[in-house]
Design a protein around this ligand. Structure first.
Ligand code: GBH
Length: 480
């Protein structure tokens, strides 16, 4: 089995995780700058992204790595407070603009297409002070920002992701608060945020569609993280479906379904728990007809981030389900790792490659045939070994599932981006987990990058369009 000749390979990063230079020139602080500086204990190793991979200064090396791997796409994100230091489009930073110009031009010179994310979680702190994603006005400010970005780079960037992983933005923030800005307001927070994020995405999509698509003919979508949920027993099918609708349908149904709007089973569930809690109306904000129509169909492709899967079962009477992100305790569900999955690091990242194919089929079943790109998938380890055979096995197994999806199931998948091009700041886990095809030496002033064996394997995959990893395996290693 081989990849079709039109299939694209890429690697991904994001601004806060790699750029550093958090306060150079006129850059304003983002919520992650503020969060890591004011609450360092929320990061496992008390670290932050002040320097990170120093990509603001070392971006030529990043371009070189992308070129060396033979990537079709390099997926990176733009830092909103670097480009618009006032948060609003009242001022465009000259240096910020120049940085992304240099990066984009440098990639294109090497034949690497930029795949650009507008928002990968580094909100201007100033807008957070005005309520952040819980404030409906945010959708307007995001649309203004998107308009600026499209106008500056639309002539050269043909693939856009508006927002990376809304479920992380809304649920990891408000539904227990591990991520910046760290607000634990599970009653209303996640739901207000969900609506605003969807409105923001939709407005940006329409701006591109009307103003820029006729000129530049690019494509715009959103990237969603899906943890595949399988029912533990037949008895658990109903709760599993509700978990899916709660965690992912909430973000997908309004955009990708034929009818638009919230998933009906989620509306019923939210009505029920809101009434039980004494709320005079549903905690899930309503969507007007106009809003439903504004959001519906705002995609040119389907961006999927996939890492791991869970088995779902009903909680027993004495069990309380975890109040972890995307898993509101009111669902009364218990999430278990697949027994035949391989242990991950951090442990939430257990590897279950079949889950990727299952996710793709779940998406197609629920929302019809889609043009799918895997915008993220990756393996992290504790060791920063250059002989990362387990990463090779992870990539091989997941690419195998993509090949099965394409050839056996008939899915339309046009690309795969590995997370990540290089080791970087892994949010609340700091610098300990290593996701990179390239190792980064965080003790070196210049953040020296060194290729791991997985980078050789990946460029072999890209060249040969097949996944066989035999020549890269160490005999002693177990495969994943
Ligand atoms: C992505 O998020 C991010 O886009 C990227 O910035 C990040 O570096 C990368 O992944 C690696 O983390 O605890 O049950 O939800 C992925 C979000 C969060 C998905 C943890 C898997 C574990 C299962 N991930 N989650 S659960």
């Amino acid at each position: 089995m081989c990849f079709p000749s039109s299939f694209k390979f890429g690697a991904s990063t994001s601004s806060y995780q790699i750029e550093g230079s958090w306060n150079v020139s006129d850059k304003a602080p983002s919520i992650w700058d503020h969060f890591t500086h004011t609450q360092p204990h929320k990061i496992e190793d008390y670290s932050n992204g002040d320097v990170a991979c120093d990509s603001y200064n070392q971006y030529l090396k990043d371009i070189e790595m992308a070129d060396h791997l033979g990537l079709d796409y390099y997926r990176f994100s733009i830092s909103w407070p670097r480009l618009l230091p006032e948060g609003f489009c009242t001022k465009i930073s000259k240096d910020g603009k120049q940085y992304y110009d240099n990066l984009i031009n440098g990639l294109l010179k090497k034949g690497v297409q930029p795949l650009v994310t507008l928002y990968h979680w580094d909100l201007p702190q100033k807008l957070q002070d005005l309520g952040g994603w819980a404030n409906p006005e945010m959708s307007e400010w995001f649309a203004d920002y998107a308009d600026v970005v499209f106008s500056l780079y639309g002539d050269r960037v043909k693939l856009w992701i508006t927002i990376n992983e809304p479920v992380l933005i809304c649920d990891f923030t408000y539904n227990s608060g591990p991520h910046a800005p760290g607000i634990d307001e599970p009653e209303l927070g996640p739901y207000l945020c969900t609506k605003t994020v969807l409105m923001a995405h939709a407005k940006a999509y329409h701006i591109y569609n009307k103003k820029y698509k006729p000129l530049y003919k690019g494509k715009v979508s959103i990237a969603n993280n899906i943890v595949y949920f399988g029912a533990k027993t037949d008895d658990d099918k109903e709760i599993t479906d509700l978990c899916n609708q709660y965690s992912y349908g909430r973000y997908l149904h309004p955009v990708y379904s034929k009818t638009g709007g919230w998933p009906p089973s989620l509306v019923m569930f939210m009505n029920k728990i809101s009434a039980e809690g004494g709320h005079p109306r549903s905690r899930l904000p309503s969507l007007s007809k106009r809003e439903i129509e504004l959001i519906r169909g705002t995609y040119d492709f389907f961006g999927l981030n996939y890492y791991t899967s869970r088995l779902v079962r009903k909680a027993r009477a004495y069990e309380t389900s975890e109040k972890t992100p995307g898993k509101v305790s009111e669902l009364r569900a218990i999430y278990e790792h697949y027994p035949n999955s391989t242990e991950g690091y951090p442990e939430t990242f257990s590897s279950y490659p079949e889950g990727l194919r299952n996710t793709i089929n779940w998406v197609r079943k629920n929302y019809g045939e889609q043009n799918i790109i895997i915008t993220e998938n990756g393996y992290s380890s504790f060791e920063d070994d250059l002989n990362d055979y387990k990463r090779i096995a992870y990539i091989e197994k997941h690419l195998e599932q993509i090949l099965l999806s394409i050839h056996e199931d008939g899915a339309k998948i046009f690309g795969y981006c590995y997370w990540s091009l290089m080791d970087n700041f892994e949010w609340t886990s700091g610098y300990t987990p290593k996701f990179g095809l390239y190792k980064v030496d965080f003790t070196d002033k210049n953040r020296k990058r060194t290729p791991r064996i997985s980078s050789q394997y990946y460029s072999h995959v890209i060249k040969s369009r097949s996944i066989d990893s035999k020549q890269f395996k160490s005999k002693s290693e177990d495969t994943l």
